[in-house]
Design a protein around this ligand. Structure first.
Ligand SMILES: [Zn+2]
Ligand SMILES: [Zn+2]
Length: 221
């Protein structure tokens, strides 16, 4: 990690102070984890933050909330998903984020206990304008995100962080979102008789009477 780059991102992240105590640090970490400057990550961050506020809940720590992110794959501004993930704390590793694949810049945050939920989407005009930015122009020409000059990417990020929620986002009313009931976490492991690696018991299969991991078993996940 280039320390000069991190310092430049840290300065941008100071804009997060306006969201309340601790948010500049979360934003700083989000730039680091995301790995480049772009418009979509900050937009997702703003959407995630607005969803937390609307639902009246803290950033996710105990797998008590879930995000349904509406981006798809292989399209522009998919980085929105990282911003939503990092702001809400509903991360891939915690298994509390799912992609609906609609190809839209929106997300639903649901409380896994009460089923209360809120949907936040980027206003169409904001998205259209961002897609016409010089940043996206260079991306369209095939310039990798890290090769876009900072004088092009920084103003876009700064503007998206400075705008009010109402200018950026549409926040739904609170509604009930049907969530699947999950089994308690599996804490038991078995050793795959074929490769010798440890595998969570709820994912292991039997092959010729012996425990096997999915790749060794031939079953598809
Ligand atoms: Zn990005
Ligand atoms: Zn195996």
């Amino acid at each position: 990690m280039n320390p000069d780059l991190h310092e430049a991102w840290r300065q941008l992240a100071r804009a997060g102070q306006r969201f309340g105590p601790g948010w500049a640090e979360v934003l700083d970490a989000s730039f680091l984890i995301h790995g480049h400057l772009c418009g979509a990550m900050p937009l997702g961050f703003r959407a995630g933050l607005a969803a937390l506020r609307a639902l009246g809940v803290e950033r996710e720590g105990d797998m008590a909330h879930r995000v349904f992110i509406e981006t798809g794959t292989g399209h522009v501004a998919g980085c929105f998903a990282d911003g939503a993930q990092l702001a809400t704390g509903c991360t891939f590793g915690k298994d509390v984020i799912e992609r609906t694949g609609y190809g839209k810049w929106a997300m639903t945050l649901a409380d896994a206990v009460t089923g209360r939920a809120v949907r936040v989407s980027v206003r169409p005009g904001v998205m259209s304008e961002a897609l016409q930015s010089p940043f996206v122009g260079l991306r369209r020409q095939g310039v990798p995100p890290t090769q876009v000059p900072p004088e092009v990417s920084r103003p876009l990020v700064q503007a998206l962080l400075a705008e009010d929620d109402a200018g950026l986002l549409t926040v739904s009313g609170i509604f009930t979102y049907p969530l699947d009931v999950r089994s308690p976490s599996c804490f038991t492991t078995v050793t795959c008789a074929t490769c010798g690696e440890l595998v969570a018991e709820n994912t292991a299969r039997l092959k010729d009477g012996n425990p096997a991991c999915l790749p060794c078993s031939g079953y598809q996940p």
